[in-house]
Design a protein around this ligand. Structure first.
Ligand code: SAM
Length: 256
């Protein structure tokens, strides 16, 4: 990651480099916005509670595994500390969803559900399907959704390899997707291509940890160069892609 971060620092730019009106608006008004919403405090209070929870659950891992832990026994507070995206990215997803108002959202990799709750509260008319392979983790996530009264989330438990094609078959179009599950090249590209079949010109896909490993870096290169998408924005920890047909194909590397 250090190597990729140094490359990012060298290549990344700010709003003064932006000639695309769509990306300029998005970057200055949505991505860089510092606006806090009252619900953020509620979500962060839930995170604080999870960070103090020392109950142990048995993890079922279908993904790239943990770089930190060697056993499958995990305290909830350890998951809250290491797996959940931090508030800055929860806030970013909230702003993106509030701005684009997607009707159908797929959230790949629920974990304890903190980021899913940000998505849910951003636009309560959306229907969110969130995917988690570990039944014990999904159980805690469901409790968190209930505690914060999130009525627009359905959690699908099982390996995304199986559940994603099943859930895609049920929808007409996919307006927004957050990919934060199996951090390896092959599944990331495969999930992207499956979701692509239901993408429209206005869909927005967000990829997490795009430079977490060589494999994820390669997956991001594949995705951002894909013929079907027009705009990619690399914010280092996350990458955003857009399919807008009336735009010239462009890739941006922007500080966040
Ligand atoms: C990094 S965590 C997600 C964090 C969450 N998006 C957040 O920010 O709050 C990744 C989650 O994806 C799940 N996962 C990884 N690979 C999976 C697969 N193939 N099928 C189902 N779930 C998977 C893991 O069990 C883990 O809970």
């Amino acid at each position: 990651m250090i190597k990729y971060y140094l490359q990012f620092l060298y290549h990344s730019k700010n709003e003064h480099s932006l000639h695309s009106p769509f990306v300029f608006e998005l970057y200055t008004k949505i991505i860089q916005s510092k606006t806090k919403f009252p619900v953020f405090e509620q979500i962060e209070n839930l995170r604080k509670k999870l960070l103090k929870n020392s109950s142990i659950i048995e993890i079922t891992d279908f993904g790239a595994g943990s770089r930190i832990y060697k056993t499958n026994q995990r305290e909830i507070r350890q998951i809250a500390k290491n797996a959940e995206k931090n508030p800055k990215f929860g806030n970013l997803l909230f702003r993106l969803i509030q701005h684009f108002k997607p009707s159908t959202i797929f959230d790949l990799g629920t974990s304890l559900g903190i980021t899913t709750i940000y998505e849910s509260k951003a636009y309560q008319d959306s229907k969110i399907t969130t995917f988690e392979g570990c039944p014990a983790t999904a159980n805690i996530a469901q409790q968190n959704f209930d505690e914060l009264n999130c009525k627009n989330i359905e959690i699908v438990v099982g390996n995304i390899d199986d559940t994603l094609p099943q859930e895609l078959a049920k929808i007409k179009q996919l307006d927004f997707a957050f990919f934060d599950a199996n951090h390896r090249y092959e599944p990331t590209v495969r999930y992207f291509e499956l979701c692509l079949e239901k993408a429209t010109e206005d869909s927005v896909f967000v990829f997490d940890d795009i430079h977490w490993s060589d494999e994820m870096h390669e997956a991001w290169q594949y995705i951002r160069n894909h013929k079907d998408l027009m705009i990619s924005i690399d914010l280092f920890y996350v990458g955003l892609v857009f399919f807008r047909k009336n735009q010239p194909k462009q890739g941006f590397v922007l500080r966040f």
